[in-house]
Design a protein around this ligand. Sequence first.
Ligand SMILES: [Zn+2]
Length: 411
Amino acid sequence: MRDLTDNRDLTPGEPQVSGHSYRIAITIQVPETVPGSFFTISIGVRVSPEPAGIELLSRYNVALNYAINKILRLNLKKIGEIHNALYRELREWFGLPSRIALDCYRDALANAKAWRNNPKKGKRPKVKKLSMLLHQGSSYRIEDCYVEIIGGIRLKIIGWDRRYDEYENREARLVYREGKMILWISKKVPKPQPYKPRDARAVDINERKIVYGDDKINKDIGTAVDRAYRWKILAENLQRKYSSPRYPAWRRRKAIHNRIRSYHRKARNILEDWARKAPLKMVRLALKLQHAVAREDLTGLINSLRKIKNKDHRTKLIIMGYSRLEKWIDWQAMKHGVPLAIVNPNGTSSECPKCDSKLEENGYRRLKCPRCGFEADRDIIGKLNIRKRALKILGIKVIPGGVLAPLTAPR
Ligand SMILES: [Zn+2]
């Protein structure tokens, strides 16, 4: 393990491109890596949305939908048949550069496959998002401060996360949405070797908050469910108002429809953003202390919530929050080389963390052990039990009081 202070100049201006934070001058510990083991990440490069770029994306989108339709209509499966059926048309009718025409039908095939494999499929898929697959070298390349796209389009780079500059650029996707154009470049990055943890930081997740820490320290982060829920309520109210008989044509009123959609999107974004940032905070702390991260396996809980019929928006948000959170905790731990323990959730909130006896209620949200007298808050008990189980899984023995036991000798 070596330390280095990363104060390379990050392009200023745009605080966020890919969800990575742009804080400069953070101390990064560069971990050892696992030989031959990689993971893929996408780095967002924000570029100026030139009209020529938007025009190519729109043309690609029309071509893509045409190709998806033809693949499904003729039930094409093999890449050779698809090439013969589409390549010339994509080149001549839609004017796509040759390399982009190849990427376009490959993109179309992937969409068609996803639709074929979806048991709940409705009508044929239509891609609305302006997004284009590009190959490093043949379809795009980075030159100085520009992204060059085949066909002579140059997009000025506005900002990007430079932490992964040393890794090779691979396939990319140019996306234009809400006035912003971003090139998402995928990169293969060596997997860090998890260190040997000294202790475990447990993460206890409930509807109201996340509690994390060890046997002494507690930190908590509120969940974003209620914040997201407020936007859902706004969307619903608007929808109800304009679906009354006084507004029979609300669906056709595009402005209102877009506003409702944007409220739903806002709710989703709030939750996504929280589910990505909260784990990063926890994992960074664990890394600093060289601890493992431990979480409960929430699969059972998520499944039982999914079984509820006529779920309200709040339950749906909770399900989404839990599953995203699990995913991001695991991802951040893997990415930072932080050891991870996933523990069985049965009884974590009702067993005594000291002696495993069944706890009894003792006032509001407090529990007490009838056998050893241990008493604590409900949220803290969950965390202590998760830590205890994780230490067992990881084979860590922590001496009570540890090396940090306070000195008793007065000075
Ligand atoms: Zn006890």
